[in-house]
Design a binder for this molecule. Structure first.
Ligand code: NDP
Ligand code: 8X3
Length: 266
């Protein structure tokens, strides 16, 4: 599928995987709707996307945790931006790495509100239009964390297990329409993810990637653009990609030692 002129909405486009995905689609000549909370960062990504070849870019300052804000933002899109062809549900985060029985309730709420409810709100606002127009593709960001729970990460893992269920359910519910649904499930990707998880503790974040070569946002963006550019009759259901030094969400090989288990180093 060619992407020239296609409208792609990416949530969480101000950093990391979302930013790289925006640049990946920009290089294909798409029209980009970039959403996140940090407007200054969105403006910089928009500029880079224009330079990369995007046909047009429109930014949306949006907190996906607010159902009212999501609904209003999608309804208020200028007419020329209403016909969204591809939705990338990428906005998400982890907070904390703690035992479930002593974890922070506000961290849990932030993860569930963003990763599960935010994904639902944006999907609910955008997908009916795709069905009406008879075209569309939803790409959801899952994770190795949704396939196998790791110690101290149960709530984040649960949000990604929910993403897997929602991805599969949406694909079933859209059967009989031409709208496609894909889950892209990366292992460790070095972005702002761990800094956010550890509430800005840079040293702790850097330790997560010590001794192995993690994925980059661009590696994940490649998989997303690939899934979206398959012929219209092909639905890529799941893509699982990890660094070579990661077997699953529990098992890594770090150059400083042999294989580690138990989520060590996160
Ligand atoms: P980053 O922290 O680098 O980027 C997260 C993006 O999400 C930012 O653009 C942030 O923008 C946005 N975001 C967070 N909360 C909200 C919100 N309430 N409303 C709108 N936007 C929001 O992390 P990644 O790029 O690594 O993560 C992107 C997705 O990939 C997440 O769903 C994550 O779970 C998933 N993932 C990440 C992996 C990794 O190892 N990094 C591996 C597997 C999956 P802003 O703060 O400006 O709102
Ligand atoms: C992010 C990957 O393993 O750091 O989903 O949780 S992990």
């Amino acid at each position: 599928m060619k992407l020239t002129g296609k409208i792609i909405l990416i949530t969480g486009a101000s950093a990391g995987i979302g930013e790289a995905t925006a640049l990946g689609f920009a290089a294909e000549g798409a029209r980009l709707l970039l959403a996140a909370r940090r407007e200054d960062r969105l403006a910089a990504v928009a500029e880079a996307c224009r330079a990369q070849g995007a046909e047009a870019v429109h930014t949306l300052a949006l907190d996906v945790r607010s159902h009212a804000a999501v609904t209003a933002a999608v309804a208020a899109l200028p007419a020329e931006w209403q016909g969204i062809d591809v939705l990338v549900n990428n906005a998400g985060l982890s907070r904390g790495l703690e035992k479930l029985y002593t974890g922070s309730v506000s961290d849990w709420e932030e993860m569930i509100d963003t990763n599960v409810k935010g994904l639902l709100y944006v999907t609910r606002a955008v997908v009916p239009g795709m069905v009406e127009r008879g075209r569309g593709h939803v790409v959801n960001l899952g994770s190795t964390a949704g396939e196998l729970t790791y110690p101290n990460g149960a709530v984040y893992c649960a949000t990604k297990a929910a993403e897997k269920a929602l991805n599969d359910g949406l694909r079933q519910d859209l059967l009989g329409t031409p709208v496609r649904v894909t889950s892209v499930n990366p292992g460790m990707v070095e972005t702002e993810f761990s800094r956010v998880r550890f509430h800005g503790d840079e040293q702790r974040a850097a330790k997560v990637y010590e001794g192995l070569q993690p994925l980059t946002g661009a590696d994940v963006a490649d998989a997303i653009v690939w899934a979206v550019t398959r012929p219209a009759h092909v639905n890529v259901a799941h893509v699982l990609l990890t660094p070579v030094a990661q077997a699953n969400s529990l098992l890594f090989h770090r150059e400083t030692g042999s294989g580690q288990t138990g989520g060590g180093g996160r």
